[in-house]
Ligand binder design. Structure first.
Ligand SMILES: [Zn+2]
Length: 115
């Protein structure tokens, strides 16, 4: 299992030695977390990660459809614990309130995943 993918240090974004992406089955795209002072803590496991505190992502579907006129605001809020994602009730997607296993990156066509 390889549910975390390390983000290339050259890729723009927050400065951290440890920036990781995981695939979110609720949003069907990747989300990031990164470590550092006042950032997330991570147990160092790629296979069974635990990350604290929760990961809150707010995005709009126009991200993947720039020409789209009617974008939809999405809220995704989860805890990653021991290789599982617990989606909190304030998620606006279909997995709100559910806990599911993180999935292996290799399952997905990475060309389709924007990060
Ligand atoms: Zn999500």
């Amino acid at each position: 299992m390889n549910p975390l993918r390390k983000i290339d240090p050259k890729f723009p974004g927050p400065e951290s030695e440890d920036r990781w992406a995981f695939f979110c089955p609720g949003c069907n795209c990747s989300h990031w977390f990164w470590t550092g002072e006042n950032q997330w803590t991570w147990n160092g496991s790629i296979d069974k990660p635990t990350v604290r505190p929760s990961i809150l992502t707010k995005w709009n579907t126009r991200l993947f459809d720039p020409e789209g006129i009617n974008g939809i605001d999405v809220i995704c809020h989860s805890f990653i614990t021991d290789g599982k994602i617990q989606f909190l009730p304030d998620c606006t997607h279909k997995l709100a309130g559910q806990t599911v296993d993180l999935e292996d990156w290799n399952k997905y066509d990475l060309q389709q995943i924007s990060d």
